[in-house]
Write a protein that binds this ligand. Structure first.
Ligand code: GRF
Length: 203
């Protein structure tokens, strides 16, 4: 069997994407294992989900550190302690700074609930719904210094139906997020992704 890629997951909220990754790993659908889950929110449900899978957790609140650099240095130390090879942001609600990016160059990925470059930032599903698009979706991408901007690994499209609400659209997009996040991790684990400028080539 292939050596398992060591993942670190950062999550600020509910953690359904984390749960999907944990399940894919437990069912051997991905050659990867989550070594640590880190949250900036002590009450995040994601931490509970990690504990259910017996995965170590850590909490680092931004307010506990004098600077963003110090905060990120602490996170990076935890990730390194667990020999993390790929960092997965899964509903992590903070902008990744220089400290963090420099420690994991081209080794941080994120999931965004819209077809980038449309609707970056917060409440992407609401932005898409209110704009009136007929198709939205989700994007897994490498993280760079700009928000929701790095090279795109995978996208999935999701139709916006006439009787949708923001919530029903969010749910339909979330199902695709759970699917493509694991797919992207597996591509990375197999060494099949190559960044070529803005483009990620899949071999
Ligand atoms: C997802 O929609 C993800 O795309 C966005 O934040 C949400 C997190 O959901 N970045 P969950 O915590 O994984 O349930």
């Amino acid at each position: 069997m292939r050596k398992k890629l060591k993942l670190g997951v950062l999550a600020s909220g509910s953690g359904t994407n984390l749960a999907a990754i944990l399940e894919s790993s437990a069912n051997n659908k991905i050659d990867a294992e989550v070594k640590i889950v880190i949250s900036d929110v002590p009450a995040a449900k994601a931490l509970e989900r990690a504990k259910n899978f017996k995965v170590p957790t850590a909490v680092h609140e931004r307010k506990s550190y004098p600077t963003k650099e110090a905060y990120e240095t602490a996170i990076v130390a935890d990730l390194k302690k667990h020999d993390v090879e790929l960092v997965c942001l899964a509903g992590y609600m903070r902008i990744v700074g220089k400290e963090f990016l420099g420690a994991f160059p081209d080794r941080i990925i994120n999931i965004h609930p819209a077809l980038l470059p449309s609707f970056p930032g917060l409440e992407a599903q609401k932005q898409a719904f209110e704009y009136g698009v007929k198709i939205s979706g989700c994007t897994v991408h490498f993280v760079d210094e700009k928000t929701d901007h790095g090279p795109i690994i995978l996208q999935a499209s999701v139709p916006v139906l006439d009787d949708d609400t923001v919530d029903s659209l969010r749910e339909r997009i979330l199902k695709q997020e759970h699917r493509i996040y694991s797919e992207a991790i597996q591509l990375y684990a197999e060494g099949l992704l190559k960044i070529d400028g803005r483009r990620v080539k899949i071999f």
